[in-house]
Structure formats: structure tokens, C-alpha cells
Design a protein around this ligand. Structure first.
Ligand code: ADP
Ligand code: MG
Length: 387
């Protein structure tokens, strides 16, 4: 790994110098076709970020260049900025050969790696993650942008395991009613209409619904750890996608309830016009259950409540051994009311009044605190005062 990193020479010119003056690059977090993402530290503040370093040196003059593509990615990132589930672009440095994009750091990396480490997600976790993804995508669409490469590798998790949608490399701003025809994305997540554009001459094209389809593929994958259309022969996988051929027959599905299956069925609808909208998906009963379940059983809250009850019971049992709480105010105005002070008061009282307080005669010792000293001390006190 270290050797591999050493081979990755860091660019060292103009914009790069500016970048290095401000940030200290650290280890590699991920790679793309022409980019490397490194953790970096802002020298002035010590804060951590992720720098995506894009190599423009292989740019040819024909077709869309990496430089143009990156500029479009930057414009889109700025256009969708300001949402809690979208990655935040902090800084940009441009030179003729390299572009540096500095992002907020997502310490927990890709949702893909998280899924690989836990194999499958519970319905509850899936609900938590999917709600954030759908809300994030809803925001992207509300800005007129279609992402076109939604997949667990492009969904990052921050310190609190909250979603940050990233990689807007294939994203595109669509005009009202505009349809796109180019084939882009990742095979297993491609929507049927995207594939159709490439196979059928007069295909109507595709629009925002491709992201909704990808959300369906992601949700299926999160619940059982494998994608819905996968086949080792890619042609068969693509045919399965076109036909919307997938099933809930593997044994893992037996333990999964009906609402998530129903939502997946509505997300993975071949006809984009019949596919559920993001708004309706967020209002689906799968997300209602969350509130019900929260009310029904919350292990942590229940446990904390049980601890409180047990502690209260123990306190009640021990109440007669428990000292009274000391209040400063009472101690000042009515010290005799406090058991602890009463003992001290009694002790002092005995020193002053002891010889004439007759115990057992039902005297109210509290009355001793009316400050009437015993008679033989009285004249000393009075004479002292009159001096
Ligand atoms: P590409 O367009 O080349 O796929 P991405 O923007 O998807 O580039 O980044 C590639 C990988 O780098 C991601 O899949 C992820 O593993 C890592 N990465 C990117 N941005 C961050 C970030 N902000 N925090 C942590 N890791 C990141
Ligand atoms: Mg990516």
C-alpha cells in the first residue's frame, strides 16, 4: 500500500504550490479513472478535508476533456450545495495540468465499504440511510440536476454515519422537459430507459427517473447484500434490467417485512412514467413504520427507564438511612429542622444550658434557640454589652 502511494507522485506546480501552502496532503482515500482522493489537513486550522486531485495531463483535444468535465462538476457541486446530505465543496485550485477539489472529509468512507463490513443492513438501518439518500436526491432534482451515477461507492458516510452524496462527474442540469440519450453510469445501476437509448433507435431518452431506479437498486442491495440484477454474464444482467427481472426469493428475504419489498417494487418499475416519485417514496409506509416502531420499542430508552426505576426503588428502601438534603436557607433560618445540625445544636445547647435543661421533662429544646442565655451568664453578657 505504501509502495503504491509512493508511486503516486504528487503534482508540484503553480496551483499545486498554492494548494500545498494551505493544505498538507496525507494518505489516499479513494481513486477514480483520472483522480486520486487524499485526506489532507488545513495547516492554519488543523481541520481535516478530502482533496480530489484530477490529472489533466492525458487530456486530448477531441471529445469532452477532463478539464471541461471537472469544471462542469464544480458548477453542479456549487449549484446543489447547502444540503445536509450533499457533499460540501470547500475549495478549488486550478492549474493547466491539475485541478484540486477540497471537500469536507467523510471519515467513514463509502456506504459500499460499510455494507461490505456488515454484509447486510437491518430494516431499521436501511430506513435511516434510504430516507437520507431519497431526501438528498430530492434536493438535487429540485435544483434541476440529475445525478446519473448513484451507487453505494458514491454515497459517503460522515462521523455520525449520515449520508453525503458525492461524485457529480456524470451529473447534468436538465432544462424543463429535457431528455438525455447518452449512456453513462455504472452497469448494475443503469435504468432500463438508459439502456434502451442505446439499443432502440427512437427511444424517448431518460430523465430524473434514472436516479429513482438507482435508489431501488441501492435499497435492495442494502437489505440483502447483493444487487437485484447481478449476473456473471453482463449481457444477461443488462437483459434482466431491461425486463425488470429480479426476485425476493433468496432466503434472506424471508425475514424481511412487506413494506420495504413494496417500496422496492415501486422504485424498480421499468416504465419511468409509472415509477414512484421521490415525494411518494418518502411518504411510503416503509418510512411511517419508523415512527410507529420508535414508539413501540426503543431498546436504549427502555433500558435507561428501567435503570431509573430500580434506582428509585433502592432509594425508597434506604430512605431512613439517607441523610436529609442540606438547604443553606433552612440552615440559616431554622437550623434545628435539619437532623444533622440538630445534633450539633443540641451539643452546643448542652454546653450553655445543660445544667438546667431537664431531660425527660418534655422540654422543647428548640425553644432554647430563642437566645435566652442561662441566668448566671446573663449579667456577664449584659455588662459586656454596656461597656
Ligand atoms: P470519481 O469521480 O473518480 O469516482 P469520487 O468523487 O467518487 O471520484 O471519489 C473517489 C473515491 O474517493 C470515493 O469513492 C471515496 O472512496 C473517496 N472519497 C471521495 N470524496 C471523499 C470525501 N469527501 N471523504 C472521504 N472519502 C472520499
Ligand atoms: Mg466515484
Amino acid at each position: 500500500m505504501a509502495k503504491e502511494e509512493d508511486e503516486d507522485k504528487l503534482p508540484d506546480q503553480d496551483a499545486a504550490k498554492e494548494f500545498y501552502a494551505k493544505y498538507e496532503p496525507k494518505e489516499i482515500l479513494g481513486r477514480g479513472i483520472s483522480s486520486t482522493v487524499r485526506r489532507c489537513i488545513e495547516k492554519e486550522t488543523g481541520k481535516e478535508f478530502a482533496a480530489k486531485i484530477i490529472d489533466l495531463s492525458n487530456d486530448s483535444s477531441d471529445g469532452i476533456t477532463a478539464k471541461e468535465a471537472t469544471k462542469q462538476e464544480i458548477a453542479i457541486l456549487r449549484h446543489v450545495a447547502g444540503h445536509q446530505y450533499i457533499i460540501e465543496l470547500q475549495d478549488v485550485f486550478e492549474s493547466p495540468t491539475f485541478i484540486f477539489l477540497v471537500f469536507e472529509l467523510c471519515r467513514h468512507g463509502e456506504l459500499f465499504d460499510y455494507l461490505t463490513s456488515v454484509v447486510t443492513l437491518s430494516e431499521k438501518k436501511t430506513r435511516y440511510i434510504m430516507r437520507q439518500i431519497l431526501e438528498g436526491v430530492f434536493h438535487i432534482h429540485s435544483r434541476g440536476i440529475v445525478h446519473r451515477d448513484l451507487k453505494p461507492e458514491n454515497i459517503l458516510l460522515d462521523d455520525n454515519l449520515n449520508v453525503k452524496i458525492t461524485d457529480f462527474g456524470f451529473a447534468k442540469k436538465l432544462a424543463e422537459g429535457e431528455m438525455v440519450h447518452e449512456l453513462c453510469g455504472t452497469p448494475g445501476y443503469l435504468a432500463p430507459e438508459t439502456l434502451k437509448c442505446n439499443m432502440v433507435e427512437d427511444a424517448p431518452g431518460c430523465s430524473f427517473e434514472v436516479d429513482v431506479w438507482a435508489c431501488g437498486v441501492i435499497m435492495y442491495t442494502l437489505l440483502v447484500g447483493c444487487p437485484p440484477f447481478w449476473h456473471r454474464k453482463q449481457m444477461i444482467m443488462l437483459r434482466n434490467i431491461m425486463e425488470g427481472k429480479y426476485s425476493f426469493t433468496s432466503p434472506e428475504w424471508a425475514d424481511i417485512s412487506e413494506p420495504p419489498k413494496d417500496l422496492i417494487r415501486r422504485l424498480l418499475v421499468v416504465d419511468p412514467k409509472q415509477r414512484i416519485t421521490l415525494e411518494d417514496a418518502l411518504a411510503h409506509p416503509f418510512f411511517h413504520t419508523m415512527k410507529l416502531q420508535q414508539r413501540k420499542f426503543q431498546a436504549r430508552q427502555k433500558f435507561q427507564w428501567a435503570i431509573l426505576v430500580v434506582r428509585a426503588m433502592v432509594r425508597l428502601q434506604r430512605i431512613k438511612f439517607t441523610p436529609e438534603p442540606l438547604s443553606l436557607e433552612t440552615a440559616r433560618t431554622d437550623p434545628y429542622r435539619i437532623k444533622l445540625l440538630r445534633k450539633v445544636v443540641d451539643g452546643c445547647a448542652f454546653r450553655v444550658y445543660g445544667h438546667w435543661v431537664k431531660k425527660g421533662e418534655g422540654q422543647n429544646r428548640a425553644a432554647l434557640f430563642e437566645n435566652t442565655p442561662k441566668t448566671e451568664l446573663k449579667h456577664i453578657y449584659v455588662t459586656n454589652l454596656s461597656r
